[in-house]
Structures are given as structure tokens and as C-alpha cells.
Design a protein around this ligand. Structure first.
Ligand code: SAM
Length: 510
């Protein structure tokens, strides 16, 4: 029988306790009537999720429930998430001190955390100028992603399974998987090959899991399988290390910068992908067990590492030049610069100073139709993160967003978004809805906006006047507060605030 180590028992006990706490907290969240202000700085990690005064009167009246709830909140925050925070801090401190080539917050800016739990790792990194796209499924770990978002840490609900993740190829500087349970070595390494697609040439994969540091037969078997798989993918193991305090170990691999190693392999296994396979296609695309060839040529994306952070935020990516036309019709490099100048002006003149938004209460922001990420870049001085969505029917500008050290994903707004209800503080949509209504009903999309926006959260829309007027009507029907509406030359601007109003059951069933 498999020996139960401390690393196995402790998390298992914590998962059980966390499960109980989560169920109780979900009950509380269900009864929420009021938004909880975010602290003025830093992630909400470690803060309480609510006080008894933010619950409905019926719950408030039950003193026992109130006391029990507080107790469970404490258990969850300080023992549950706290435990993984401590583990994250311990392994992360190794990453910082023993492997300086990663250069967090400079060379490595945008990273992917696979199987993030409550995303303590991403929260720790955020304060160090590293932007982490964390993801995990809804499994026995319950609503882990909901808790990450509630703490103000970016995360989405997703799984490494049968389809590609909704990101372009070669965009993540580092990929991380701690206390990792993903079976990378099975099915010809399909899942690890997906990470290979996403990793920037020269980027690192940090893998912390029992096969790296324990010697049980199962661990040894997995370690051997991983070693031959990573070798066949031309990943070089650049470090294998152990934390002296908790004995947790990690292996760090580096993806090659060019195709030399692929060409020298004695066997074409895993095979190189066919020329016809578009490595950036990532919406409903089944996983492929193949390796995309790396780009060659000085002006091709991925052939060079981006500028260091924060220079990369403002610099036009080296592979965007005037030979192609940009989204707004100018030569691509001028288009990029004009877009950034536009959003800096709009954000500073209107959103930050002219709209009455208290930015200290805003943390989780989404740009529902990002182009080059100009809106997110212009918000750099605010303590927020922005999920940049590039709709699947728009020009594929997501690699540009990543190149400048921001992050985002592809999405089809005619479908629901992969997040929990009430998880975003502010949504921004620039000329999204007028395009969308050609493909699906606006009312359905607005219902999704209502689902993901937190009570008292805001929606800012820029669009044609006709669409603005339709959206204003929908917002009013949900008893949202219209904070600002403006129209000129057939173009309009709308800022609305969601309230705590909900339809009564009778109204909802009509
Ligand atoms: C032991 S927990 C570790 C959580 C976190 N990395 C930490 O160290 O605190 C394992 C995590 O992997 C996630 N997970 C398991 N299988 C996965 C898969 N196929 N794709 C993505 N995440 C997965 C689980 O949901 C959970 O979040």
C-alpha cells in the first residue's frame, strides 16, 4: 500500500475541512445582499470574505449560524488557503533564490499556473510584478476558483482534458504546476504537449510533484516516464531541487529556442505537427499529440524574447511593423501606438477622474473586447488586473496582448464565460454588443453580464447610440443604476451599476 506522507495526509485533512467550510460559505454567499469592499491595496488573500452584517436578516437572526460561520471562515482562511499559501511561499522562495535565470517580474512576466487550487501562488506573484493566469476545474476541491476570484486573484475555471486551452501558442513565459496531479506522461504526453504549445521558446516549466522528490515505486515510474517524454520533446532539465524545510522538490525544464534538437532526434516521436495545423487555433480544438515547429526569421513572433518588464508594456512588439494593416486601418505599428494613446486619454480623463468610480474598490476587471490590450495597459497604475478577452470572431490580437506583458483569452460571447457568478468588479465593452447582436440575442448576453458582475459592480459600454439605448433599457429592467449615459454623432457611452435587486420567484418564472 502506498505510504502516506505528511504531504499527502495534511492536504487531505485540509481538503475535508475545507469542503465543510466551503459548503457553509457557499450558503453564506448565496445569501449575500451586499458587495464587500476590496481593501485599498493588495490581493484579498487572507482577508475575511464577509461579516455577519453583510448577510440577510434571516441569517443574522440566527446567532449560532453566525458564530459557526465565522469559525468556518477562520478555518478556511487561516488553515485551508493559509496552508497552501505557506506551501506556495515556501516553494516560491526556492524559485526566487535558487534559480535566478527565471528573473521574475523582469524576464518572466506572464505565467500560467496549472491546477491552481485557491491560487495562492498567483496571489504571491502578483505583488512581485508577475501576472498569473491560474486555472483549475470544479472537482473534489470544490469552488477553488471562486475563492481565488473572491480574494482578488485572477483565475478561470478550466481543465486539462481533451481540448486545447483558450490561449494562443508560445505566449507564457513560465508554466507552473505545484502539488501537481496532472498525468502528463499518459496518452503519448498529450497534456504536456499542450503546455509545450503554450510555452514561449526558451520559457520554463516548473513541476513540483511527488515523483520529483519521492522514491515510491509509483513515483519512480512516473519520474522515468516524464524524463523520457521531456527528453523526446527537447525540453532540458535545468534544475532539480528540494526545499530543506518541508522536503518538497521541484524540477525545472526549459523549452528550446529553435528547431535544431527536433531535427536531430533519432525518432520523430512525438511527431512534429503538420504544416496545416494552426498552433494558435484554440477554440474548441481537440488536443493534438504533436510538436509545433518553432518560428524562424528575425521578424517572426517567438523568434526573440520580448523586452523586459515593464518596458514591454509600451513597446510595439518587434514583429508588428508597417507592412501589414492594423485592426483600425492604419499600418499595424501606428495602429498599435494610436490605440494606446487613445486608451491612455480615455482612462485618465474619463474613467479614472470623470466617472465617479472608486478604484480602490475595483480589483477584478474584464475587457470584454480587447484589441491590443490598450485599455488594460492604461490602467497600469491602478491596483487591478484585467482579463483581456479577444472574441473568436475578431482579428487574433491576443498574442500582442501577451507580448506586452498582459494576459487574456479567447471567448465566444454567444456562450457563457468560464467563471463563477458575481466574480468581476468592472466590465468594459468597446463596440462589442453591436457586433454580437448579428450572431446572437443581446438579452442572453446581458444575462451573462449580469451573472458574472458582482452586485455594485459597474459595466462601461462604448458603442453605437442605438445599441447603447437597447442596453440601457435592459439595465433599467434589472433595476441597475444608470450612472452616466452620453451620445454624440451616433456614438454613445454608458456606465451602469448593478444593484442587489433580484426578480421575485414569480417574476423570474413568468
Ligand atoms: C493538490 S491540488 C494543488 C493546488 C495548488 N497547486 C497548490 O499547490 O496549492 C491539485 C490541483 O490540481 C487540479 N487539477 C487536477 N487535475 C487537473 C487537470 N486535469 N487540469 C487542471 N487542473 C487539475 C485540482 O483541481 C487542484 O486544484
Amino acid at each position: 500500500m502506498r505510504r502516506l506522507s505528511r504531504n499527502f495526509i495534511l492536504p487531505s485533512i485540509m481538503n475535508t475541512v475545507r469542503g465543510i467550510a466551503l459548503r457553509s460559505l457557499r450558503l453564506a454567499l448565496f445569501h449575500f445582499r451586499k458587495d464587500i469592499s476590496a481593501p485599498s491595496s493588495g490581493p484579498r488573500a487572507g482577508t475575511r470574505y464577509g461579516t455577519a452584517t453583510s448577510l440577510t436578516p434571516s441569517l443574522q437572526s440566527t446567532r449560532a449560524i453566525r458564530t459557526g460561520l465565522k469559525f468556518l471562515v477562520i478555518i478556511f482562511c487561516f488553515l485551508g488557503a493559509g496552508l497552501s499559501s505557506r506551501m506556495a511561499h515556501s516553494t516560491t522562495s526556492i524559485l526566487f533564490s535558487r534559480f535566478t535565470d527565471i528573473a521574475w517580474g523582469k524576464r518572466s512576466r506572464v505565467i500560467l499556473d496549472v491546477g491552481c487550487g485557491v491560487a495562492s501562488f498567483g496571489g504571491y506573484m502578483f505583488d512581485r510584478d508577475v501576472l498569473t493566469m491560474s486555472f483549475a476545474p470544479k472537482d473534489e476541491h470544490e469552488a477553488q476558483v471562486q475563492f481565488a476570484l473572491e480574494r482578488g486573484i485572477p483565475a478561470i475555471s478550466a481543465v486539462m482534458g481533451t481540448k486545447r486551452l483558450p490561449y494562443p501558442s508560445r505566449v507564457f513565459d513560465v508554466i507552473h504546476c505545484a502539488r501537481c496531479r496532472v498525468p502528463w506522461h499518459i496518452e503519448g504526453g498529450k497534456l504536456l504537449l499542450e503546455l509545450n504549445r503554450l510555452l514561449r521558446p526558451g520559457g520554463y516549466f516548473v513541476w513540483s510533484a511527488t515523483p520529483v522528490y519521492q522514491k515510491l515505486p509509483e513515483d519512480v515510474e512516473i519520474w522515468n516516464a516524464m524524463s523520457s517524454l521531456t527528453k523526446s520533446m527537447c525540453w532540458k532539465m535545468v534544475k532539480k531541487t528540494k526545499d530543506t524545510l518541508n522536503q518538497v522538490g521541484m524540477a525545472i525544464y526549459q523549452k528550446p529556442m529553435d528547431n535544431n534538437c527536433y531535427e536531430k532526434r533519432s525518432e520523430d516521436s512525438p511527431p512534429l505537427c503538420k504544416e496545416t495545423d494552426d498552433a494558435d487555433a484554440a477554440w474548441n480544438v481537440p488536443l493534438q499529440a504533436c510538436i509545433p515547429k518553432l518560428p524562424i526569421g528575425p521578424s517572426v513572433r517567438g523568434s526573440k524574447w520580448p523586452e523586459m518588464w515593464p518596458q514591454r508594456l509600451e513597446k510595439t512588439p518587434f514583429w508588428i511593423d508597417g507592412s501589414r494593416v492594423g485592426v483600425y486601418g492604419k499600418p499595424a505599428n501606428e495602429d498599435f501606438e494610436a490605440d494606446y494613446a487613445h486608451w491612455k486619454r480615455v482612462v485618465s480623463k474619463s474613467y479614472v477622474n470623470g466617472m465617479g468610480i472608486d478604484w480602490s474598490k475595483v480589483r477584478n476587471v474584464m475587457d470584454m473586447r480587447a484589441v491590443y490590450g490598450g485599455f488594460a495597459a492604461a490602467l497600469r497604475d491602478q491596483k487591478v488586473w484585467v482579463m483581456n478577452i479577444v472574441p473568436i470572431d475578431s482579428p487574433d490580437t491576443l498574442p500582442i496582448v501577451y507580448e506586452r506583458g498582459l494576459f487574456g483569452m479567447y471567448h465566444d460571447w454567444c456562450e457563457s464565460f468560464s467563471t463563477y457568478p458575481r466574480t468581476y468588479d468592472l466590465l468594459h465593452a468597446d463596440h462589442l454588443f453591436s457586433k454580437l447582436k448579428k450572431r446572437c440575442k443581446l438579452l442572453g448576453v446581458f444575462a451573462e453580464v449580469d451573472r458574472i458582475l458582482r452586485p455594485e459592480g459597474k459595466l462601461i459600454v462604448r458603442d453605437n447610440a442605438e445599441t447603447i439605448s437597447e442596453l440601457e433599457g435592459m439595465a433599467k429592467s434589472l433595476r441597475w443604476e444608470v450612472r452616466m449615459t452620453y451620445a454624440k454623432d451616433k456614438e454613445g457611452l454608458l456606465c451602469v451599476q448593478k444593484t442587489t435587486w433580484r426578480p421575485k420567484e414569480i417574476e423570474a418564472s413568468m
